[in-house]
Design a binder for this molecule. Sequence first.
Ligand SMILES: [Zn+2]
Ligand SMILES: [Zn+2]
Length: 434
Amino acid sequence: MADMLFPIELEGAGTCDVESLASYVYRVAYEHGIFVGELLRHINKQTSALTHLDTEAQPVPAFLKPAEMVRNNRSSAAIQGALEKLTGLELSQSRLLFMTSDIGRSPNEVAPGFRWCPECMSEWQALGQQPFFKLIWHLSAITHCPSHRTELISKCAFCSCKQTGYIRKRAIGFCQQCGRHLGTRNPDKLAPEIARSWEMKGADVHQFFVDMAQQPFTAELEGGIWRSLRDLFDHYWGNGKELELYQAFPRDEWISLYHKQKPVSFSTARRLCYGLGIDLYTLISGSAINSTQVLSQKWLCELPAGFCERKSRQKRNHDAIQSKLRRYLDPCVRPRPMKEVAAELNVSVGYLEYRYPTAVSALVKRHQSMIVAQRQRTREKALNSALQYFTNSSYSGYPKSRKQAYLCLREETGLPKFLLKGAIGEVYSALYSS
Ligand SMILES: [Zn+2]
Ligand SMILES: [Zn+2]
């Protein structure tokens, strides 16, 4: 029997703000009271015992830099696989899986070490949430926090520690060297730079992470970008409108992309999308030709919504709202829809999403899991009552037909029709069909 690890949750799972695998590994090591190297050796030992017959299995490396842990490579896949075996969690969203052989293979697409937004860190601290390093922060293309628009930093503002050391003395939200909170701004340094251009804001990359988080499985992205580019080129060429394409993206670059099919850098992919007025997910998943923006042919003058500036908001008492919002994050408080939370705080959902993005994603996730759990319970109740109807002696006087079961149980339980009918059908066929 292998030594399992505590099932520490991957923060922000299922959202665009998902935690990176590197952050998760560092956090798990600290929570288990060991250093990162020891954790890697431990999971290697545990899983090689489990997979010793599988010759394909890649061993977990004893050392790997944070940037390599989030890239799409065999070593990071081995760490992810081993941790999944030992925790029972699904962790594939914690790596940059869209970086296939087509996109973003050049070494500087992923920033070295960790980077973080001090404002996100202080928001988590103020609201009592678990700090972590987001996967999106590892991308060099993201220079500013998409939520707060301030510049990301890669070392402690006081002692310049990069937080990448394997020795973990403090929780992840604190500087490993000087102990200050990573959300603390150094008053002796210049105020943070606020993003101005669309490129710096990275709203398009943020939207890309939103779209990826909505795919139920890690979608097959390999080759997608070539399909998109070929279809677009053929479409415009076929209609004698290739000049429009060259307005969106220089001709030489088109030709080079079209013929050479060398890997596209992530920033080239972003520029293509910007010029074409389509989003990154559409381009990379290979469905550019189906995009309405392309077909409507108005795309040259339209910017996708993600590129637009956020509107300025009216003044509010942020502190009062923050302390009220904090209460909703308490695990004992019944999860409720964001609309309801916003109404109770007397603000708009948009305001909360803008000011407290991390708190909102945590609340949305809690509410969604509550709904899933409720549905599951209702389904089980329907199955149970159907089973009782056909097998329990208290129903012995009732005709054993599906219709009678429905009429009787509908009256007794008040459960929705589709649920009851489904449950009765399931039980009936299990009991009476050969
Ligand atoms: Zn931030
Ligand atoms: Zn420090």
